[in-house]
Design a protein around this ligand. Structure first.
Ligand SMILES: CC(C)(COP(=O)(O)OP(=O)(O)OC[C@H]1O[C@@H](n2cnc3c(N)ncnc32)[C@H](O)[C@@H]1OP(=O)(O)O)[C@@H](O)C(=O)NCCC(=O)NCCS
Length: 308
């Protein structure tokens, strides 16, 4: 696609851009969320800055900033990641004063695989369903919104609604690991379609607790839980195990406030279980968008909207 409009200088991102990119994320989301008359509480921004640092480390060529002419300060940034045959757009944010001028499209085109090299690559991203600009922009490249991913928030108040792990499934907890064991990568190859060792190392460095589920000596699932209440990602060899894994993760911590997970619509039994147990949907879901198949979403809960 052609990119008319505002042609700002751009360059690869550097570690000293990450604070400015984090601010742009906050300002750009706050701008459209407030226009929808919704409250915007970005929360603690340090974890986001660490996530951007992780993405800059794993995919430095796919992280770029646009700057104001005559200044080195980023006014827009894009970050994508490549894992196996999946190309995933993590973030694209433009200063609200400069939106709708072609800056986002131009940055996106700089990090998309060249058109002649997209054969066999699944392009994907997660968008905010309340944001037609991003959904429309990505869909012009075949990255079409196809599935809601709801943020489910709450506390398990009705414990009888929670599914139990089958009696023949054993749990292994890894609290202080710095690298995920091979069992996790084997599950990723089947359920996600590729390994992503650096992403697991990042989750463990973020002090999330990893649980691996075994049956007859074989890994059949894994999941992460955090004392902050966040649970996921989760993967299960058999789709029927995803809900019991989610329920088990809830038992690992007493969350200070509420628990929260991003659950794809395809993971129906997990969604139903959490709602029956007392969880609630956030007002707008994310939309998972793709040009070709991503992970098997009946058996998988993604890391976040930035990392499938
Ligand atoms: C989304 C965002 C990155 C896009 O960047 P931008 O520089 O504003 O967008 P561009 O001018 O490059 O592209 C706009 C495109 O959006 C699409 N678009 C806009 N409104 C649309 C609508 N109502 N329906 C469908 N498509 C629409 C069109 O494809 C348009 O391209 P065109 O003008 O060539 O037809 C930017 O607006 C932004 O930062 N928004 C707030 C934060 C955000 O939502 N980020 C993405 C998170 S998923």
């Amino acid at each position: 696609m052609s990119s008319p409009g505002l042609d700002l200088p751009e360059r690869p991102a550097r570690p000293d851009d990450l604070a400015a990119c984090t601010r742009l994320w906050d300002v750009a989301i706050g701008d459209y969320v407030r226009r929808l008359n919704q409250p915007w509480f970005p929360g603690e921004l340090a974890p986001l800055e660490r996530l951007l640092g992780h993405l800059l480390t794993t995919d430095p060529d796919l992280f770029r900033v646009a700057t104001r002419p005559g200044s080195d300060e980023p006014v827009a940034f894009v970050s994508a990641n490549r894992r196996g045959a999946t190309w995933f757009l993590s973030m694209l944010f433009v200063d609200p004063a400069l939106q709708r001028e072609g800056v986002g499209r131009r940055l996106l085109e700089r990090v998309l695989p060249p058109p002649g090299e997209r054969q066999g690559i699944a392009l994907g991203t997660a968008t905010d369903s309340a944001q037609p600009i991003s959904n429309g922009l990505y869909a012009t490249y075949g990255i079409v919104p196809r599935m809601p991913v709801w943020r489910l928030v709450g506390r398990p108040e009705r414990h009888d609604a929670l599914e139990r792990l089958p009696a023949d499934v054993d749990v292994e907890l890894l609290a202080a690991a710095t690298e995920a064991p091979d069992a996790v990568h084997a599950l990723d190859r089947v359920v996600v379609g590729h390994e992503r060792r650096p992403d697991h190392a990042f989750l463990l460095a973020e002090r999330r607790l990893l649980a691996i589920y075994w049956r007859d000596g074989q890994p059949v699932g894994y999941g992460y839980a955090s004392p902050s209440g966040r649970f996921g990602p989760m993967a299960a060899l058999d789709a029927s195990l995803l809900a019991p894994i989610g329920a088990h993760l809830l038992s690992l911590f007493e969350a200070p406030g509420a628990f929260a997970a991003w659950v794809p619509g395809a993971a129906g039994p997990l969604t139903t279980m959490l709602l029956r147990a007392g969880f609630r949907f956030d007002p707008f879901p994310m939309l998972l968008c793709w040009s070709g198949p991503l992970a098997d979403l009946e058996r998988y809960v993604p890391i976040s909207g930035a990392l499938i």
